[in-house]
Design a binder for this molecule. Structure first.
Ligand SMILES: Nc1ncnc2c1ncn2[C@@H]1O[C@H](COP(=O)(O)OP(=O)(O)OP(=O)(O)O)[C@@H](O)[C@H]1O
Ligand SMILES: [Zn+2]
Length: 612
């Protein structure tokens, strides 16, 4: 906890301040200011025990308490001696044995101390404000630090001899490597380019889904070129304190220029680079804009021969401000996609380089069964497999470690949870409904595994994956997906005539597919072949679907989903015997693998040979 001390000191200050306020309130309540006449009278009556004097201000204490005209009684009091008072106060005090203590009028405090004391309340308020601001920005993903300042960014130094990231650590995205090759070339030899008067791109934007290796690529470019690598996440720039983001950007670029040629990597650029003009985002809108402007200014400021190349990454290229991709800025946009089968195999090879593998390990097979997985997923599988092998006290990772690891990554870790028998039965029917409809549907992705062991948030899981990578989907296939996803709910409906909350994520999936079919893929006659809903970038410019279009979209989505639900229920009624058989087998075994599932349901799987 970095802000720990800071927070403690602040809390102490605040408590102190409040305590003081409260105490002084009570002090005043108990110590009335009495008239000087009254005070003189009390002295002469011999009722004053002691006084503290500071200049003409007097605080005192009575021997016997007196009635306060404002109510209550008092013994302590304040009073002020008029400067023109020409009385014999001193002799009166000594005559009546009053203890007198005096304080100097001019305090012997240093100038600095006086200044501090007079500024203290302000300081506390400022500190409080910063404290709150930091708390809020921390909540938004920023890290805590002192007074909103962070240590200036440090490059990842490239110590000679230390193993650095290169293109050899990246696989499955060769086209992308190719596009970055001339950037590497330029960084290695900026002088040659300068002599030829050639302009290099100032910024490269890597666009692609999470985990596809964008950060890794940026590092590899730096590693290949042997130049320092500065890394920052755009979300760090956005702080609640206005101006900090822009100054961080300035510092970052200044540092990078000092050691040029070098690379600045800015992750999640979309958090500050969203198209402007849309509805203001939550808080820090100006801050976002200022930070973005600062980045653009810094990039404009490059002469291009300074040798600082900015690589930014985003998984939302569609919503970026067009100002970012203008020539001279991030004018090179490189798409990074999840790897295909060959790419997956190569990535698995990279991530098992340092892992001893048993004879039976078939990485090609793993690659074949993991369409859609990213490099990060595959790295995770390799690591989980190694962990399993250690736990199982083996000398090497075996194929079954790999498939167990894959299962864990795909389905989530098993969750020890004792379910009531009734709930187990209902879950068995729910999953059997998904699985059976998946198996009955021609052209649907084969069912790989059904389980009623709770995993992650789910009480059960049915896993279907395609035999080969798919890039485009037919309407029939999409309807099949909707029917399969509704299968769980339909089974509960058919068997128990109840509906539970267990279908929440199924319905989300169904809604997304149906919305895509109607509004983006031209699969509804009513809506027609239009992109009926504006995409995010269009929304940012204020484009919205007409209300009547929204009504049609809504009606069409409902029609499709209703049709699919009816078909799901009808099929499950028609194949009730197979549904019961699957549910029974699940209750007995908890998990059914692909072959068993098809055997229990009595369905022959139409195998497509896709090994090639
Ligand atoms: N193409 C790849 N080749 C080898 N390893 C990869 C590849 N893609 C991802 N990985 C592995 O996954 C890890 C995470 O990838 P990385 O952080 O670079 O992804 P990213 O695209 O930047 O993700 P995010 O958008 O979530 O930041 C890498 O450190 C690497 O181990
Ligand atoms: Zn379900």
């Amino acid at each position: 906890m970095r802000g720990g001390w800071w927070r403690l000191i602040l809390t102490a200050l605040i408590v102190y301040l409040i305590a003081n306020l409260v105490l002084s309130y009570f002090d005043q309540a108990n110590e009335p200011t009495i008239s000087y006449t009254e005070f003189s009278k009390q002295v002469n009556d011999g009722n004053v025990a002691k006084i503290y004097a500071k200049g003409d201000s007097i605080q005192g204490q009575l021997k016997k308490e007196r009635k306060n005209p404002g109510g209550g009684t008092y013994t302590k009091f304040n009073t002020e001696r008029p400067s023109f008072a020409n009385d014999s106060l001193w002799s009166n005090l000594t005559k009546h044995n009053v203890t007198v203590t005096a304080q100097p009028v001019v305090q012997h405090r240093s100038f600095l101390a006086n200044l501090l004391i007079s500024l203290a309340p302000m300081l506390v308020i400022v500190a409080l404000w910063i404290f709150v601001a930091r708390r809020m920005s921390a909540g938004l993903g920023g890290a805590g630090g002192m007074l909103g300042r962070k240590a200036p960014p440090k490059p990842v130094e490239l110590v000679p001899g230390e193993k650095r990231t290169t293109f050899a650590d990246v696989a499955g995205i060769d086209e992308v490597e190719g596009e970055l090759n001339d950037v590497v070339d330029f960084l290695k030899n900026p002088d040659a380019y300068r002599r030829m008067g050639a302009k290099m791109p100032r910024g490269v934007l890597l666009a692609g889904p999470p985990g596809t290796g964008k950060t890794l690529l940026a590092r590899a470019v730096a590693g290949e070129a042997g130049v320092p690598f500065f890394s920052a996440s755009a979300s760090e720039f956005i702080e609640m304190i206005v101006g900090v983001g822009a100054s961080r950007v300035r510092e970052l670029f200044a540092e990078a220029r000092k050691v040029a040629p070098s690379i600045i990597f800015i992750d999640e650029i979309d958090t500050i680079g969203r198209a402007r003009g849309g509805g203001a985002s939550m808080g820090g809108h100006d801050e976002r804009e200022q930070t973005l402007n600062q980045i653009l200014t810094e990039m404009d400021g490059f002469s291009g021969s300074e040798g600082v190349i900015v690589i930014a990454a985003t998984n939302r290229a569609d919503i970026l401000d067009p100002a970012l991709t203008r020539p001279g800025r991030f004018d090179r946009v490189v798409q990074v996609s999840p790897p295909d089968r060959g790419g997956r195999e190569a990535i698995l090879e990279i991530h098992t380089r340092d892992i001893p593998l048993a004879e039976n390990v078939d990485l090609a097979h793993v690659a074949r069964t993991t369409p859609g997985m990213t490099g990060a997923d595959l790295a995770n599988v390799a690591n989980e497999a190694a962990l399993l092998a250690v736990k199982r006290q083996q000398q090497a990772v075996t194929q079954s470690d790999l498939s167990d690891a894959l299962e864990k990554v795909q389905l989530g870790a098993e969750r020890p949870l004792v379910m009531p028998e009734e709930e187990r039965r209902r879950t068995a029917y729910h999953e059997s409904g998904h699985a059976l409809l998946g198996m009955l549907q021609p052209g649907a992705d084969p069912v790989r595994k059904i389980t009623i062991v709770p995993r992650g948030r789910a009480l059960g899981v049915t896993l279907s994956t395609p035999d080969a990578d798919k890039y485009a989907y037919t309407e029939e296939y999409l309807r099949g997906r909707i029917i399969g996803a509704l299968g769980g709910m339909a089974a509960e409906h058919v068997v128990y005539d109840v509906v539970t909350t267990g279908s929440e994520s199924d319905l989300e999936q169904v809604t997304n597919i149906a919305r895509g079919m109607v509004s983006r893929w031209g699969m509804s006659e009513e809506v027609g072949r239009l992109s009926a809903l504006p995409n995010d970038a269009q929304q940012a410019y204020g484009l919205a679907a007409a209300p009547q279009t929204l009504d049609v979209i809504d009606a069409e989505m409902r029609r499709i989903v209703d049709e699919c639900y009816e078909e799901a229920c009808r099929k499950l009624r028609d194949h009730r015997g197979q549904l019961d058989a699957l549910a029974q087998a699940l209750l007995a075994n908890e998990t059914l693998e692909e072959a068993d599932a098809y055997r229990v349901a009595g369905i022959t799987r139409l195998t497509k040979d896709t090994d090639a």
